[in-house]
Design a protein around this ligand. Structure first.
Ligand SMILES: [Ca+2]
Ligand SMILES: [Ca+2]
Ligand SMILES: [Ca+2]
Length: 151
């Protein structure tokens, strides 16, 4: 299975990040804190709900460059030049040319949010990401980042 190295993968990595993994650090928070912060019920594992609660606002904020609470097509393209128009229009529910946070969350929830990425990290498919799985994922991602850095 090919793991697409996208901004979303990188962003998800900020949730499950190792302290050593500096290349994908996008936040000033320490990486260990991110895992603990995402682990709302403090059982040492991340469920999809926990990852979504932590990750979806981060994905949105990553796109909302000017921090006005909405994402325009321009902002989406600034993050990902290949961002396809239909991805935008299917989220702009009220067709005002902007995707608000509420619109984004509404559509994301319907689709299981970060389900696909979650499944990639949840190596043993037990529905929870533990620290070992998180570490393995970040190591893999880091290796691919290094390999793809010139692309
Ligand atoms: Ca948990
Ligand atoms: Ca914006
Ligand atoms: Ca809208």
């Amino acid at each position: 299975m090919k793991l697409p190295l996208t901004w979303l993968a990188l962003l998800l990595a900020t949730i499950v990040l190792l302290p050593a993994c500096s290349s994908v650090r996008t936040s000033t928070e320490s990486d260990r804190d991110l895992f603990l912060e995402a682990d709302k019920n403090k059982d040492g594992q991340l469920t999809l709900a926990e990852v979504n609660a932590m990750g979806l606002p981060r994905v949105f904020n990553h796109f909302d460059k000017n921090r006005d609470g909405t994402v325009t097509m321009e902002e989406a393209r600034a993050v990902d030049p290949d961002f396809e128009e239909h991805h935008f229009s299917e989220r702009d529910l009220n067709r005002d040319g902007k995707v608000s946070f509420e619109e984004y969350i509404q559509v994301a929830k319907k689709r299981g949010g970060l389900k696909k990425h979650f499944a990639v990290v949840d190596a043993n498919s037990d529905g929870a990401i533990n620290q070992a799985e998180a570490n393995a994922y970040v190591e893999k991602l880091e290796a691919e980042t290094t390999a793809n850095v010139t692309e």
